[in-house]
Design a protein around this ligand. Structure first.
Ligand code: NFE
Ligand code: MG
Length: 481
């Protein structure tokens, strides 16, 4: 069977740097992807930067991992630090954290559909960012294309409004300074509550009357994509948006399923390890739990092809993200595919926006927003949450009031991971393998599968790999530390 190897490098319209190498085989006139390798082409060094610093720097520093999902890193960090200090932030803080994170979900999901994904399906006007583009398999008629192009522009406004809405409480977006261990550094002012409600008054109708119908319209042109890009069939969520102080009740609960089943299983963070057989990290760090994980780059390394580690749950790959969350929560079960990811993401946007409406009304201007926090001398804890792109965890160990170890496992690490110790491909790789390609010179089908996961490799930047080898940016001592 003749095969060709095609590399898309970089894959554009995602955050950060991803390369995908696919082997396409021709068999009796049709062409199919028979192998795939996803490569994160930049090293993430943030975890090492944190070591030796005061723990309460973590929410601010980890938010710089990414400009698209910073709020979730702030959330994961303060969740871990609250736990390490044995305190529970007041209700107002819990609610404001949810409001800012929810605003970021709305911004990020709208960004994904209109500004990163729809271009794989429609042939837009003869101007950037629409052209140049591949013309293979563009099926949407001119009238619908014009509508979607118009909504591309409207969506820019919607994203601005979602950012402004989050900044009302977060202080600023995209990197809100208000996330601190112990609570939140903003007051509950009635005028902010009513401004927040006004923004929702625009965003909710946009999601209901524009975003969701647009995804459904696109699906009607490409119904075969309900059967493309299935991936592992394993879905997992850590859960997010605490509804009360108990931590047990969430808008989107934690759990997992295997093989596209609806039979729920529990999610035990202790079953997670990160495998590095095919990653540019030292083999001495292979298969560690994040609580004792290490970030020790090794480049070059035989067989390795990615800067992403391969997180696994009981040694199995899991897809994370809006579809996983909605599925685990019982809100979506149509199937696992390219279109199901888009539809679940759009429906989740509405679910979160409606919840924000309820929560903002629960703020109490007369109640506290902060509980006195002091850094414990020793301790370890983890903070699990959900970034827009899926399950996110921060694991911290504190020694002598300083960070002794910090490990971050991001959603894209789960989805776009390379092969694991057993040689099993990551979810995105599995989803690409088996995809039929019309034109091997323009494998747009592969892009559609990749983009459905909304990958973010930006969470992998900080020490670059220029041609001459690994370059290390050494940071000096922290003043006063
Ligand atoms: Ni950089 Fe992110 C989200 C996180 S994906 S966008 O959502 O964490 O790795
Ligand atoms: Mg990590």
């Amino acid at each position: 069977m003749p095969t060709t190897v095609t590399s898309i490098d970089p894959v554009t319209r995602l955050e950060g740097h991803l390369k995908i190498e696919v082997t396409i085989a021709s068999d009796s006139g049709s062409q199919k992807v028979v192998d795939a390798k996803a490569t994160g082409t930049m090293f993430r060094g943030l975890e090492n930067i944190l070591v030796g610093r005061p723990p309460d720097d973590a929410p601010d520093i980890t938010q710089r991992i990414c400009g698209v999902c910073p709020v979730s890193h702030g959330m994961a960090a303060v969740t871990a630090l609250d736990k390490a200090a044995g305190l529970q932030a007041p209700d107002n803080a819990r609610i404001m954290r949810n409001l800012v994170l929810g605003a970021n979900y709305i911004q990020s999901h709208i960004l994904h559909f209109y500004h990163l994904a729809v271009q794989d399906f429609i042939d837009g006007p003869n101007m950037p960012p629409w052209q140049p583009s591949w013309s293979t398999d563009k099926r949407v008629d001119k009238a619908t294309t014009d509508v979607l192009v118009g909504h591309y522009v409207t969506a820019l406004d919607m994203r601005r409004m979602a950012h402004e809405m989050g900044a009302l409480f977060g202080g600023r977006l995209p990197h809100p300074p208000a996330f601190v261990p112990g609570g939140f550094t903003n007051s509950v002012r009635p005028d902010r509550i009513s401004s927040f409600q006004s923004y929702l008054g625009v965003l909710i109708p946009f999601i209901q009357n524009t975003y969701i119908p647009d995804v459904e319209a696109l699906a009607s042109y490409y119904p075969d994509y309900y059967n493309v890009g299935g991936g592992t069939g394993n879905l997992m969520a850590f859960g997010v948006f605490d509804l009360d102080a108990s931590g047990a009740n969430k808008l989107l609960r934690s759990g997992r399923v295997q093989n596209a089943s609806t039979a729920q299983q529990t999610m035990d963070p202790n079953q997670i390890t990160e495998q590095v057989a095919y990653s540019w990290y030292a083999n001495s760090t292979n298969n560690l739990k994040p609580s004792s994980g290490q970030t020790t780059p090794q480049f070059p390394k035989t067989n390795a092809y990615s800067w992403l580690k391969a997180p696994r749950y009981q040694n199995a790959p899991y897809e994370v993200g809006p579809l996983a969350r909605m599925w685990v929560n019982g809100d979506y079960s149509r199937g696992i595919s390219v279109l199901d990811r888009h539809l679940a993401r759009a429906q989740e946007t509405l679910k979160v926006a409606l919840a924000l409406q309820t929560w903002v009304a629960q703020l109490d201007p007369s109640a506290p927003v902060y509980k006195q926090y002091s850094t414990p001398e020793e301790g370890s804890a983890f903070g699990l949450t959900e970034a827009p792109r899926g399950a996110l965890g921060h694991w911290v160990r504190i020694n002598n009031h300083k960070i002794a170890n910090y490990q971050v496992v991001t959603p894209t690490c789960w989805n776009a991971s390379p092969m694991d110790n057993a040689g099993v491909h990551g979810p995105l790789e599995q989803a690409v393998i088996g995809t039929t390609v019309l034109n091997a010179a323009e494998p747009v089908e592969v892009l559609r599968v990749i983009h459905s996961y909304d990958p973010c490799l930006a969470c992998a930047v900080h020490v670059m790999r220029p041609k001459e080898g690994v370059r290390v940016f050494a940071l000096g001592a922290v003043p006063g530390a």
